[in-house]
Write a protein of this length. Sequence first.
Length: 245
Amino acid sequence: MVARIGRQNSNSIEDQVKTSMTFKKALRAVLVAFPVILASPVLVLAIQGGMFLPVGVFVAIYSPWTPFVWFPQTKWLVTHTIWMSRELRGLLADTGWVLIVFGLVVFFVSYIYFYSIRKRVGLVTGGPYALVRHPQYLGIFAGLTGFTLLGARPIAVVAWVTAVCSYLALMVYEEGENDRRFGAAYHAYRERVPFIIPFFPRALTRLWARLFAAPRPMQYAAIAALYVALVAAAITLMRDRAFPT
């Protein structure tokens, strides 16, 4: 009888752990997908000049930005383009495509490497993870930056800032989980490998380490403050340089 109750309690705990892990995976998937979905209309802006898209497809992909058009205060973010010379626009477009290709390569190489050895080694520190702790996000950032340069609209910049800050919050969460799971091994790895920028100066790396030593709510609050400041600065700088298209 006692053994049966013990087994039931054990099964109940295992079910709770599995449910918690499933919820965390689902939440992480949403957090990863949301910034990409928000930034996805930039892809339409990048390719619409070179190919024809059916109206329904265009509207569907453009839909994440539709709510901004409903309000006069934010409509210009979508309907206006950032003014720049033709030469600068061409340079930014070329740079954008380079960043997109670079980002895709970095992301897929890192993704394949990580999931091919994660179960065998536990803490992945080799390959692209020997250069930065978050190479997959580095690839995503590079790709999104490339699409933002191609889009050249105020809303594209706002979407980029939203994506970057959202992924920073997700990386803070993953850093905390890795600390909890791997302990001293991850701490040593964090001391010697930059956060997301390859070949980052070691002195500045130690400053980042102090930031990650702060309580997680404080880190999230700092990212939220950074997000508000960046969006405010971007809107202020772009308001007088945007024109309707």
